[in-house]
Design a protein around this ligand. Structure first.
Ligand SMILES: Nc1ncnc2c1ncn2[C@@H]1O[C@H](COP(=O)(O)OP(=O)(O)O)[C@@H](O)[C@H]1O
Ligand code: SF4
Ligand SMILES: [Mg+2]
Length: 337
């Protein structure tokens, strides 16, 4: 496989509110390859969005990227560590939007209500490309057409509140791709949408990815979306990547108890439809009350006292492209069989 276009290594992003420390991203590592989709999955609060914001260096106060590396392979083959860049400097501003486009969950909060979508597109295009206003407007119409907006010549002059949720999300994707980035980060891009619109947006992302050989990081809490979209998967729990692997391995030979629990929580992959484990027992601990040892231990059916609650399990490599963080991964696999 080609060299990764983005390598995240031991990323640590912590928040320091008055009440304590929130280890939102706690040593996360994963690779993204050109033209492929990496799915990041986990329940709400597991650190997926903060991971995305860390890559873009837009973590808000009182949060800070405090450790690790985010290695971006640029178009000219050079590698830059995004963590080392000044969060307000020119380099990261060029990368943000220019090399890494991003779409967040809330199209309403990300689109301005006071500017037409055309003006927002023109601004995004001209931020990274040396085009005249007219050329940028023509390009904006092209982008709207590319993302499947009907009558783009007219729609270019409308405001975001005049559009449906699905159309707004299409505009967000057009904005993210305005400067032709090689990477797209989509954070829960379909969560706010109805099922039909969700399917259409996912299909749009897939089509654009194929046409432009985009590398995509797709963030979701939904294993169904992962099954449809991802080539490789990183499963996150409490800021840690607890399992990574190709999508087939994650679905058919998951090793981490949390991955297995996530899979049991979607109906389509339930082996026994009436299994009592259809939901994951317990809930995510409070951010300030992080369990010692393996963070999943209070909810884990394979928990072993004295081991899982005393030390953090190391990463175990099960195959060249399959890793997990669990002391008992082989025992768990046996129990599951
Ligand atoms: N601005 C903030 N201040 C304090 N804690 C935060 C802030 N933003 C996120 N967090 C915490 O970081 C953790 C990860 O959040 P997030 O990345 O948004 O999770 P996810 O996207 O997986 O639902 C959560 O515990 C959340 O409470
Ligand atoms: S390390 Fe222990 S508690 Fe954590 S997932 Fe593995 S078996 Fe469960
Ligand atoms: Mg999130």
């Amino acid at each position: 496989m080609a060299e990764p276009i983005l390598s995240v290594r031991g990323l640590e992003t912590f928040f320091h509110p008055d009440e304590g420390v929130v280890r939102a991203v706690d040593g996360a590592s994963f690779d993204l390859h050109p033209g492929r989709t990496l799915g990041i999955v986990g329940e709400s609060g597991c650190g997926k969005s903060v991971t995305a914001r860390s890559i873009l260096r837009i973590v808000e106060r009182p949060g800070r990227v405090e450790g690790g590396e985010v290695l971006l392979r640029r178009a000219d083959g050079s590698v830059v560590d995004i963590v080392k860049l000044d969060a307000k400097g020119k380099d990261i501003r060029d990368i943000r939007g220019g090399e890494i486009g991003y779409v967040f969950q809330e199209p309403m909060s990300s689109l301005s209500a006071y500017h037409t979508i055309g003006n927002q597109l023109v601004e995004a295009i001209r931020l990274h490309r040396d085009l005249s206003k007219d050329a940028a407007r023509a390009r904006a119409i092209e982008l709207l057409s590319m993302v499947g907006i009907p009558r783009p010549q007219q729609r270019v002059d409308s405001y975001s509140f005049e559009l449906s949720g699905g159309l707004r999300q299409r505009v967000m994707i057009a904005l993210a791709l305005a400067a032709e980035p090689r990477i797209l980060i989509a954070d829960e891009p379909t969560t706010a949408l109805d099922v039909t619109t969700q399917a259409q947006i996912l299909e749009l992302i897939r089509r654009i990815q194929r046409e432009r050989n985009l590398a995509v990081i797709l963030i979701t809490h939904d294993m169904g979306v992962i099954a449809e979209m991802a080539d490789t998967v990183a499963v996150m729990y409490l800021g840690k990547v607890v399992e990574t692997g190709p999508v087939d391995t994650i679905f058919h030979a998951p090793k981490h108890p949390y991955t297995q629990a996530l899979l049991r929580s979607i109906p389509s992959v339930l082996a026994k439809p009436l299994s009592r484990l259809a939901t994951i027992s317990g809930s995510i601990p409070h951010p300030y009350a992080r369990p010692p040892g393996c963070p999943f231990h209070p909810r884990c059916e394979h928990f072993i006292k004295g081991t899982c609650d005393t030390a953090a399990p190391p990463v175990t490599t099960l195959a060249t492209d399959h890793e997990t963080r669990c002391f008992l991964y082989d025992v768990v696999a046996g129990a599951r069989a």
